[in-house]
Structure formats: C-alpha cells, structure tokens
Design a protein around this ligand. Structure first.
Ligand code: XMP
Length: 462
C-alpha cells in the first residue's frame, strides 16, 4: 500500500495573474470543442440528470451556445421524445399548420384564431392548398357569416416542402409576405414557414446548431440490457452525440459498450474516470470525449460510501493533454471553479446542481415557509433508483441497494440564463487576467498556486 501523491481541488488553488494585453472581457473568445466534430461557443454542458436536463433545459443550453444531454432515467420512447422536441425547436418549418376550409365562417375562424393563438391559416380542400387567410383579411370584416372563400387570398405564394432557411427568406423578402405555405408536387400542403420563426432563428447567432440549423442535443445510455436499442433510437431521432453514462467508467463493460456504439458512426462521450489511464482506456475504445469526475458532484456519495475518488482539479490536470477531448464533470459551485476547470485542461465542463432549481430544470416549484424550492437528486440516490424501475421496466433490488447519491431541495433560482451568464462572465474575467484571447492561450498561460488555510479564508473559500 502506498500514498501516491497529494491531490487538490478547486478551492485549494488560485490562478496567477499575468501582464495582459487583453483589456476587456469582450475581447475573449470562449469557443471550444465538445468533440473534434462538434464546436460550441461556450464550454458548458448540462448534466444528464432527471432533475437537470429534459428538452426545456437542453433548448436553453443550446441557445446559449452550450449543450444539454437528455437523461436516460426514463423509457426509450420518452428519451427519444425529449430529443425530438429539441431538434424541432428551431425548425423554421411548421409541419402541421392549423388549416381552415373554404366554407368555414368568419365567426368560426375568429374562434379558432383565439383558441390556437394563430392569425394566419392556409385554406385546404382535399389536402390541396387553395388559399390563405391572414389577420389582414379578416381583422376589420364585420359580417360573421362571411365564408373564408370570400375573403381569402387565392394567388398564394408558396415554397416546396424541403425549403432551406435562405430560400424561404429570399422568397418572403422579395414578395413582402410573412407566411409561406409549403406544398408538394401535387399541390398538397406540407408545412408553413413564418417570418417570425426565421427572425427568431437568426437571433440566436451564438446557438449550437447542426448542419441543418437545428439546435444540437445529446442523448445518454447506460450499459444495461437496453443500451443498443436506446442508442439506435436516439440516433434515429437525430441526437447529435451519445453519452455512455456510467458512474464507473473503468469497467471493461463501459469500454465494450463504447466500442459497439462507435460502430454506429456517431460521436461518443464516455465516462466517468479520473485518471490518465482511465482516459486512455476509453480513448482506445473509440470515445471522442471523456468525462472526468469520480465523486466531486454536489449530490454524490461515492467518496463517503466507497472511499474512492480523486479531487477534481488534480483529476483534470492528470487527464488533460491525453490526445482526446475531456469534459470535467461535477463539483462546480461557482464561476471560479468553472474557470479553473478550463484552465486545468478541460475542453468543456458539465454542470448539474448549479443549473437545477431553475425555470428550465424539470420538476415543480415547492413552497416551504414562503421560500420556493425545486428538487435535486443524485442519479444513484435511493429515490432515483426506485423511480428508474417504474420508468424503464428494469427490475431493481431496493433492499440490497447502497445509494451513492443524495436528494435535496434547492432554492428556486429563476432563469438558467442568468447562471450561464455568470459562469461565462467569470471565465471571461479570468481570461483577461491571464492575457488569454482564447481557451488555448488560457490553458497555456495558466499557473496555479496552492493555498494555505489563511489563503483560503482570504479568498472567501472557507
Ligand atoms: P454537480 O456538482 O454539478 O455534479 O451537481 C453533477 C454530476 O454529479 C454526478 N452524479 C452523481 N455522482 N452519485 C454520484 O456519485 C450520484 O447519485 C450522482 N448523480 C449525478 C454526475 O456525473 C453529474 O453530472
């Protein structure tokens, strides 16, 4: 038995400032790579935990320039549905627009407009587009018995089913129209593009998008019996990458699953490990990015239960420069931790608890003595374990289970955007202090000093 080395975590160190020509936080570029194929504008990933990431969080993260990973603690069908909701979010094409027929009355149209909160309707007959009725056509009409046929525009400007963003924009600008119905070769209505959606899409210039302009999202799988079926279903739903999510990434089975999923031709993120040998093992199996972190998470009990782990800053340092992308996972409780993780060599950082308790995290707000909370739990907590059984049809032995995760109420924090902005703001500030215009320079210039107890107190770390 031997003690091999001292190991440190975020609060044990500070980054050393340098003479800097980077005079403003806005001069820095925070872009990074999740995998060699996937570029992000900010290095933040929301955890695949059931109290952190479903489609609403994933959409917010991707719009902010990071990405979210849908958790796997549900049926394959539900995980796929969550992925699909993200992929559809910024689709400029409304695939099933509400329609009316020629003999719908004005009264009925107004009711429909109020109910569906929609002001333009394609008019169809036997599925074929025969006209369009927009707010301008009916806003000032007074006779409720008028038929759509009498007020609709008959010469409709249309596009073809698989129109691109650029083509739709050109047609809409040229003809000064706000709605563009799409048709197939037989003239059947197949969708509609609205100028509002086009503008919204263009507004998110920092968003993480796939080659078709849709938001990116990851799906997660375990190493249990359904992993291949789940991975195939997620790829089919166009998840941009798959996370092989295992608490113990050192298991032979983890590497084996990575090897098999890689054969499906998708980018694979695998973990968790905390040492260079663990990283190299998963790299050999084909992983495109490796998650680093054994036990640093806020809801983790692995260290007190199993006595196994590795302080997170040293783990990142040990795993960096291994010739593969790495993602630091867990233990981020403030922006300083995030900056130090990146400085130590993480390409991206996964965050759970800090993003939980927000508007975008799953779950309801619970009010206790006039304070609002949301629930946050480790995925190896007893509650998550028993819920998993009911949601995935897996049989579990609750009696024999030793939980390695906790459950807690965390104070409700409002929008996740504020938290993401704080993390990025801290990173930008650290980059100016270290004379770094981009992440590569930040890493190159990073030097840490070890803190004494009084140094920690002075740094407000205690
Ligand atoms: P933070 O600190 O951001 O950590 O809340 C999120 C990460 O914690 C991991 N995780 C767990 N680790 N038992 C553990 O030991 C658990 O029950 C558990 N649940 C989540 C996971 O890596 C996550 O991204």
């Amino acid at each position: 038995m031997k003690i091999i080395r001292d190991a440190f975590t975020f609060d044990d160190v500070l980054l050393v400032p340098k003479v800097s020509g980077v005079n403003s936080r806005y001069m820095v570029d925070t872009s990074t790579n999740l995998t060699d194929n996937i570029k992000l504008n900010i290095p933040i990933i929301s955890s695949n935990m059931d109290t952190v990431t479903e489609h609403i969080m994933a959409i917010a993260m991707s719009k902010a320039g990071g990405v979210g990973i849908i958790h796997r603690f549900n049926s394959i069908e539900n995980e796929v549905l969550e992925v699909t909701k993200v992929k559809r979010e910024q689709n400029i094409i409304i695939e099933k627009p509400y329609t009316v027929s020629k003999d719908t009355t004005l009264e009925k149209l107004r009711e429909l407009s109020f109910e569906k909160k929609v002001k333009s309707f394609p008019v169809v007959e036997n599925k074929k587009l025969v006209g369009i009725v927009t707010r301008r056509d009916f806003e000032f009409e007074e006779n409720p018995n008028l038929k759509i046929e009498d007020i609709m525009t008959k010469d409709v400007i249309t596009g073809y089913t698989k129109i691109s963003l650029e083509q739709a924009k050109t047609i809409m600008n040229k003809n000064k129209i706000e709605k563009l119905p799409l048709i197939d070769k037989e003239g059947r209505l197949t969708g509609m593009v609205t100028s509002r959606d086009v503008k919204l899409l263009e507004g998110y210039s920092k968003a993480s998008k796939d080659k078709n302009g849709r938001l990116i999202v990851g799906g997660s799988i375990g190493i249990g019996s359904d992993y291949m079926e789940r991975a195939k279903a997620l790829i089919n739903a166009e998840a941009d990458f798959i996370v092989v999510d295992v608490a113990n990434g050192y298991l032979d089975k983890t590497a084996d699953v990575v090897r098999k999923i890689k054969k499906l031709g998708v980018d694979v993120i695998a973990g968790n490990v905390a040492t260079r040998s663990g990283v190299l093992n998963l790299k050999r199996a084909g992983a495109d990015c490796i998650k680093i972190g054994i036990g640093p998470g806020g809801a983790c009990l692995t260290r007190p239960v199993a006595g196994v782990g590795y302080p997170q800053l040293s783990a990142i340092l040990d795993c960096s420069n291994s010739g593969v992308r790495i993602m630091a996972d867990g233990g981020i409780s403030k922006s300083a931790d995030f900056s130090k993780a990146i400085a130590a060599g993480a390409d991206t950082v996964m965050v759970g608890g800090l993003l939980a308790g927000t508007d975008e995290s799953p779950g309801v707000i619970i009010t206790k003595e006039n304070v609002n909370y949301k629930f946050y739990r480790g995925m190896a907590s007893i509650n998550a374990f028993s819920d998993k059984a009911s949601k995935t049809d897996e049989s579990v032995d609750l009696e024999g289970y030793t939980p390695e995760g906790t459950e807690t109420l965390i104070q409700y924090k409002g929008s996740v955007t504020k938290i993401v902005n704080n993390l990025v703001g801290g990173l930008r500030s650290a980059m100016t202090y270290l004379n770094a215009k981009n992440i590569a320079e930040f890493r190159k210039n990073a030097e840490f000093v070890l803190l004494t107890d009084s140094g920690k107190r002075e740094s407000k770390y205690k």
